[in-house]
Design a protein around this ligand. Structure first.
Ligand SMILES: C[S@@+](CC[C@H](N)C(=O)[O-])C[C@H]1O[C@@H](n2cnc3c(N)ncnc32)[C@H](O)[C@@H]1O
Length: 248
């Protein structure tokens, strides 16, 4: 993908690489019945790991933090040391498309804003294989929060995320893939703004100045600017949904 290095440079300067917040991670984790005192957890597409560290804190388990961008894993482990949870986290630099774990390995699989790299449905299938019987899966996925989004929003997502569905359609897919839904909730607007869009807006002027002669970089940064502006205009039609489910 052209310009990916500029996306990484921007994201490495942020607290996280997508919408989310510790309160929502904790809320999702607390909706899982207490079945295993020290769960073995896989966090797919962990990025710089805000949710990985929260999971290590709240779960009393061991977390494999998987991402294919080493600088994110380095940031994560630095932060983990700061929060004194480094011994509970093992970073693993591989692609989620090439995961080589044995089937039925994990008690819990987590993925905030990243499962879509495998495709939502395909990602559910893969997680079903890797989870122990009656294991739990918690993911956030970009969804329409209304049943009939206006044409300008549909048009926008035809380019940006053509796989986007509404919450009910995603719940149908979850059932199809042999999970039972335990709970779901929509991330609050603050989790888009505080940890993601406002930090992006802080970083953009510096990066635009640094790369003022670089068309590719400037196009990437303009894309982020447009995404934030679009969210401000149209966020009542879409959002991130947390789905917490049990393997059946
Ligand atoms: C939108 S970010 C979300 C990061 C983090 N979960 C969060 O909420 O802040 C998606 C993450 O998936 C990672 N990623 C993308 N493709 C991947 C792949 N094929 N295998 C593993 N990780 C991947 C990216 O490096 C990035 O860290």
């Amino acid at each position: 993908m052209e310009g990916i290095e500029y996306i990484y440079e921007l994201c490495e300067a942020l607290p996280r690489s997508g919408p989310g917040d510790n309160e929502s991670t904790k809320r999702a984790f607390n909706s899982i019945p207490k079945f295993q005192p020290t769960p073995f957890i896989l966090d797919i597409g962990c990025g710089q790991g805000m949710q990985t560290i929260e999971l290590a804190k709240v779960s009393n388990g061991e977390v494999i933090a998987l991402d294919n961008h080493q600088p994110f894993l380095d940031i994560l482990m630095e932060q983990a040391k700061k929060y004194r949870v480094a011994e509970k986290i093992t970073p693993k630099n591989i692609s989620m498309l090439d995961m080589d774990f044995e089937e039925k390995t994990f008690d819990i699989i987590w993925s905030e804003g990243a499962l879509y790299f495998m495709g939502f449905q395909n990602g559910l299938k893969r997680c079903h294989q890797l989870l122990r019987n009656k294991g739990y899966l918690a993911v956030t996925e970009l969804v329409y929060t209304v049943s009939d989004p206006p044409p300008q929003v549909v048009e926008y997502f035809e380019d940006e995320y053509p796989d986007i569905k509404n919450i009910g359609e995603n719940i149908e897919t979850i059932k199809e893939e042999r999970f039972s839904l335990i709970s779901n909730f929509t991330l609050p607007e603050s989790s888009w703004l505080n940890n993601y869009y406002l930090p992006i807006e802080n970083e953009l002027p510096r990066l635009i100045k640094k790369y003022q002669e670089n068309e590719v970089a400037l196009t990437v940064f303009e894309g982020f600017r447009n995404e934030v502006d679009f969210y401000r205009k149209c966020s009542r039609f879409y959002g991130y949904e947390f789905f917490i489910m049990e393997k059946i």
